[in-house]
Design a protein around this ligand. Sequence first.
Ligand SMILES: [Zn+2]
Length: 64
Amino acid sequence: MQTSLQTSQELRVSGATGTVCPKSGPYHCNTHSELILFIKKDDKFPMCPVDKGHATTWSMIRSQ
Ligand SMILES: [Zn+2]
């Protein structure tokens, strides 16, 4: 098992559709990186609206 030390700033926040968002911010669909949505903390990650809607994993966009 690989051990990696990451600072909290390096940690990428992500979550699947239906799970609770741990941190407010802009997220992109892992399938459609151009699709960006602002998701608030404690909201559930939504379906991606592209292609009639699909379940996905959302990843927070690194701020600057
Ligand atoms: Zn998508």
